[in-house]
Ligand binder design. Structure first.
Ligand SMILES: Nc1ncnc2c1ncn2[C@@H]1O[C@H](COP(=O)(O)OP(=O)(O)OP(=O)(O)O)[C@@H](O)[C@H]1O
Ligand SMILES: [Mg+2]
Length: 591
């Protein structure tokens, strides 16, 4: 159960508003010990619930480590000659191999409670909720790998529950960390780290792990503002039968690719090459750009790229809102009233109805509009709405083979037979935000009306500050409102939210309180750390370990999805580039 020959002493207990208590533990310094004791190490110390019959050992997690040499202390302000000399001789002490003979060298650690304990009786060892606080001065032992793995994943049974292995403990590749998929999605997650920390890379790893491991169908809708996920999830796009990229405008694709999707011309390697050249590749995979030609060509070949047919499933009411003849005029002004009268005459009977705007109906409404009494006087105000009606007529008559309507997307999202992935692309961020609002709202309303709660749907916003900023205006208001709806009320209908951003302090503050699971990398700015600390109750001591993080390292904290409630676990996750590399090797094997 314990790692032999390494003991520490519990030196101090202080109260801490974030973690309840904070403990200071000193270990005798040895080389072996300094290499073994890391952030994330689990230790046990007897607590006051122990008695003659049973031993209760509180389980604590080490969150910060500092080797300490008594001869130097923390004050180096004395006479430099002496100080440097003392440092040199202190350094010799660090060279001690396995036996600690010097009382001057210690490893000072800060630990936090996991709120669990190990109860040892004559014939049984059980994990349970901690019954009392640790005894100061008591001996501290390190849990071995088997027990550490059990503590970290406490209460999760991967045989029966829907779980995935998100990664391993940073200090030990052998200790796997489990996540409950349903809780991860339903009560939302956030990924926070400075630019280049690897958020998008991690999102690709997380999404592919969900799709590959889930026992229940999960639908993932990813709003891809930068257009980086076609390459980052190329494997999933091809492996999952219904996975697709949805382009919101024709402009998102090179013309020739669009023609090819629309069966106007035949797919050639040259067309796939053009598509590859316009697809953003992860930096590390750019040298393999030629190997992307085949899989990207396959996306075209299998018709996995669709063009959103916005106008084909508008209701009359939605078309009027979109055309917005009232403009920004003051409600109740005579100009506003006159426009409103005309709208009442022509569109009044469709108000709050779900009547679809077909090509014929658009034609009829257009004629009726032009016949109204004061129409000529207000023609300018109606120009936008007229354009919408004309576009509906035009699009309905155009034969688009690669189109997909909002209704079709919704029915795929409600299909219970398999998991799927939808990557939403647009050159225009405003359209992306509007689409998020429209799709999200329609799905939410649909689920609310039917009472349907499956399959689980995850809405992912990378660059979340571009969707959910503070004081949103214009299209930002739309994306913010749907993100809020999902965050606050989506759970009941099986809808969840995943957000990633480097600019935590620009996010709407109330959205920050929503995720129950979060992954934190380095946040160099104090202001960002403060926001996260406030939202999730993480103390500075716990943050310190993130400063040392390498790419792929994350501090994972979760209230529901992990075994330990709200206990930060430093994890290392796979590099998505490696997964894609392997996939490219595989798919290019037979050219
Ligand atoms: N786990 C990892 N292991 C190794 N390298 C990684 C890892 N994650 C990301 N990288 C590398 O770091 C670089 C930046 O990654 P990524 O684009 O995912 O960062 P980001 O946090 O999304 O950045 P931004 O804030 O600009 O969106 C990439 O070139 C990627 O290859
Ligand atoms: Mg990114």
């Amino acid at each position: 159960m314990f790692i032999p020959n390494i003991f520490g002493t519990l030196m101090k207990i202080t109260e801490n508003p974030d973690t309840r208590y904070e403990f200071e533990i000193w270990f005798d310094y040895t080389k072996k010990a300094i290499n073994l004791i890391r952030e994330g190490t689990m230790v046990v110390v007897p607590n006051f619930a122990s008695n003659n019959m049973e031993t209760h050992l509180s389980i604590l997690e080490i969150v910060s480590i500092l080797p300490m040499h008594y001869a130097l202390g923390s004050d180096i302000s004395g006479y430099p000659g002496f100080i440097v000399e003392a440092a040199h001789s202190a350094c010799l002490d660090w060279e001690q191999e396995n036996e600690s003979t010097e009382d001057t060298t210690k490893i000072r650690c800060i630990a936090v409670p996991t709120n669990f304990e190990l109860k040892l009786t004559n014939d049984e060892t059980t994990f349970q909720i901690e019954e009392n606080i640790p005894m100061i001065g008591a001996k501290v032992n390190l849990l071995n790998n088997e027990y550490t793995q059990r503590v970290i994943n406490l209460g999760i049974n991967p045989e029966v529950e829907n779980t995935l292995i998100i990664g391993n403990l940073v200090r030990d590749p052998e200790i796997n960390i489990l996540l409950r998929i349903e809780d991860l999605i339903k009560v939302h997650f956030g990924v926070f780290g400075f630019t280049g920390a690897g958020k998008s890379n991690f999102m690709s790893t997380l999404i592919s792990k969900i799709l590959e491991n889930t026992k229940e169908p999960v639908k993932i809708i990813l709003f891809d503002l930068m257009g980086e996920y076609t390459a980052l999830l190329i494997d999933q796009l091809l492996k999952i039968p219904k996975a697709k990229i949805i382009c919101l405008e024709e402009k998102t694709l090179p013309d020739i690719v669009f023609k090819c999707l629309n069966n106007e011309i035949k797919l050639t390697r040259q067309i796939a090459e053009i598509y590859q050249k316009t697809t953003l590749l992860p930096k590390m995979l750019k040298r393999r750009q030629n190997d992307f030609i085949k899989p990207l060509g396959l996306l075209i070949y299998h018709k996995k790229i669709k063009l959103w047919q916005e106008l084909l499933d508008l209701t009359v009411d939605q078309a009027v809102q979109k055309g917005n003849p009232w403009g920004k005029r003051q409600k109740g002004s005579s100009h506003w009233n006159n426009i409103n009268n005309i709208i009442g005459q022509v569109f009044g009977k469709y108000k709050d109805q779900d009547e679809k705007l077909t090509s014929d109906l658009a034609q009829k409404l257009l004629q009726n509009l032009e016949k109204t009494e004061k129409f000529n006087q207000y023609r300018e105000d109606f120009s936008n709405l007229i354009n919408v009606l004309k576009s509906v007529i035009l699009t309905s008559n155009k034969d688009i083979k690669c189109g997909i309507t909002t209704n079709e997307i919704i029915s795929e999202l409600n299909d219970k037979t398999s998991s799927s992935l939808y990557i939403i692309n647009s050159h225009n961020p405003d359209i992306l935000r509007e689409f998020a609002h429209r799709l999200g709202n329609e799905l939410y309303d649909n689920r609310r009306m039917t009472g349907e709660i499956t399959p689980l749907c995850l809405f992912v916003f990378d660059e979340a500050d571009e969707f959910i900023p503070q004081q949103p205006k214009g299209s930002y208001e739309l994306s913010s409102s749907i993100a809020m709806t999902i965050a606050r009320r989506g759970r009941k209908f099986g809808l969840g939210l995943g957000i990633a951003t480097q600019r935590v302090r620009y996010l709407d503050t109330s959205i920050m309180a929503q995720p129950h699971t979060y992954f934190i990398s380095k946040l160099p700015r104090q202001t960002d750390r403060e926001v996260v600390a406030q939202a999730f109750g993480i103390s500075e001591d716990i943050f310190k370990q993130t400063f040392k993080f390498k790419k792929g390292d994350w501090l994972l904290v979760s209230y529901d999805a992990t075994g330990l409630d709200a206990i930060p676990i430093p994890i290392h996750t796979e590099n998505a580039d490696d997964r894609i590399n392997k996939f490219l090797d595989e798919i290019n094997k037979n050219k």
